[in-house]
Ligand binder design. Structure first.
Ligand code: PMP
Length: 425
């Protein structure tokens, strides 16, 4: 658990949290996290002092930049406990990582093969597979969720067959923050020789990841959700699987030799990284890893869990609230609706008070349809959020509910019951 002083120090690393013009409570960390000054400075330094391409000119600047970029790859390998550096591919984000895998797997998928996803996937883990199966006349199967909002593994056992080529599942759902039982899923999949892709976008900065222990074939995520820059993602793939991939894109930096008759591609990771990469972003990523490395994941998980439990405890005082899967195993996120209140109105009003939450379907319309709702209000925390912020949020939430004609008589909330621990007023 972090102390009051430690959280204050952590917050001081984030210029946007201390920007008086922009003073707000930021509870939309599942969409993207704020960036620490170390990341911003590294990007600034690159553009001010280095600014060269990589693996092109072989001048001194190019070499320095290249060293920085490859250091980032090595540190990322260590961060997710991959076996080889070559298994770390830089992409533009989770979305590109999944599309890249879908493209490269397409020549391994035949008519009547199937791909399995779950009911609670982000659109970027649905649409690439839909496109693939339509092109191949293959099938898309969907694992439903159980009463805890987790994958229903009993149904998985009925869906999976020897024709299942891939199961693609989120580690943590981006709608409700539910932690899926991926270890068991991976074991089941491998019995049928199906590959497993884990979308770790909502897990990467909250849970310690060991891709070797998990034994997943792919693990993908976006750097902007782990205190790093936007426009950058990671595709981890087992070397023996990635070796079989033919390049997704052709261009500079991924070849040994090109003639008009044929091209000889480089090996991993370069054959999957055509064109000039997001150099500044990759250098910034290294600093995000250093920042996260200052804390243990257990410590982060523990602290964020305290925040989420505190928020749930407070919200439960509101009559007519539904917190989705409130007792399930979750990370730092929760989604709710309040009877007779439209999530959009509430989100807009909270925004007027400087509180940023996310409203809507969270790019996961199928799970909303399944629950027969149009959307939710989502709170998602990061390690710089505080209980004092939750106090303030709750105070304004009640105010907004009054404005939206919430029926006060039925309410059991007691704002003063909670001790305020303001650190950033
Ligand atoms: N998968 C999940 C679970 C996500 O939460 C997100 C981002 N909301 C994505 C995929 C897509 O990430 P990006 O837009 O950064 O590619």
């Amino acid at each position: 658990m972090f102390s009051y002083e430690e959280i204050k120090t952590i917050r001081n690393h984030f210029p946007s949290l201390n920007n008086q013009d922009n003073h707000r409570i930021y509870f939309d960390n599942a969409a993207t996290t704020q960036k620490p000054v170390q990341v911003i400075n590294a990007i600034n330094k690159y553009y001010c002092h280095l600014n060269s391409n990589v693996n092109r000119s072989f001048n001194l600047l190019d070499q320095w930049t290249n060293n920085d970029l490859e250091l980032s790859r090595t540190n990322m390998k260590d961060f997710i406990h991959a076996k080889y550096r070559d298994e770390i591919i830089f992409t533009s984000g989770t979305t590109e990582s999944i599309n890249l895998i879908a493209f490269c797997l397409s020549n391994m998928i035949n008519k009547s093969d199937d791909i399995i996803i779950s009911h609670s996937e982000h659109h970027s883990n649905i649409i690439p597979w839909q496109v693939l199966i339509q092109n191949k006349n293959a099938h898309l199967k969907v694992i439903p969720v159980n009463s805890e909002g987790e994958l229903n593994l009993i149904v998985l056992k009925q869906l999976i067959t020897k024709n299942t080529k891939l199961i693609s599942i989120s580690h943590v759902t981006n709608t409700f923050g539910i932690i899926n039982p991926i270890q068991k899923l991976i074991q089941t999949a491998h019995k049928y020789k199906a590959l497993v892709l884990i979308d770790g976008s909502q897990a990467i900065s909250h849970i310690s990841i060991d891709v070797q222990k998990l034994d997943c074939d792919f693990y993908v995520f976006s750097i902007h959700k782990m205190y790093g820059p936007t426009g950058l993602g990671i595709l981890y793939g087992k070397q023996k699987v990635l070796d079989k991939f033919t390049p997704y894109q052709g261009g500079g930096g991924m070849i040994e030799q090109v003639t008009f008759n044929q091209t000889i591609f480089s090996g991993l990771p370069f054959k999957l990284e055509a064109g000039t990469p997001n150099i500044a972003g990759i250098i910034g990523t290294n600093k995000a890893l250093t920042f996260l490395g200052n804390y243990s994941m257990i410590q982060i998980k523990h602290y964020e869990n305290k925040l989420i439990q505190y928020a749930i405890q407070m919200l439960m005082n509101i009559h007519g609230i539904q917190i989705y899967y409130k007792n399930s195993k979750r990370t730092q996120m929760l989604s709710f609706n309040i009877e007779k209140i439209h999530y959009f109105d509430l989100g807009q009003l909270l925004n007027n008070y400087g509180i940023a939450v996310r409203t809507g379907t969270h790019c996961a319309q199928p799970i909303m349809d399944y629950l027969n709702i149009n959307g939710t209000i989502r709170l998602s925390f990061a390690l710089y959020n505080t209980m004092a912020e939750i106090d303030i949020f709750y105070h304004y939430l009640i105010k907004c509910l009054y404005i939206l004609s919430y029926d006060q008589k039925h309410s059991t909330f007691k704002v003063n019951k909670f001790k305020r621990i303001r650190i950033n007023t």
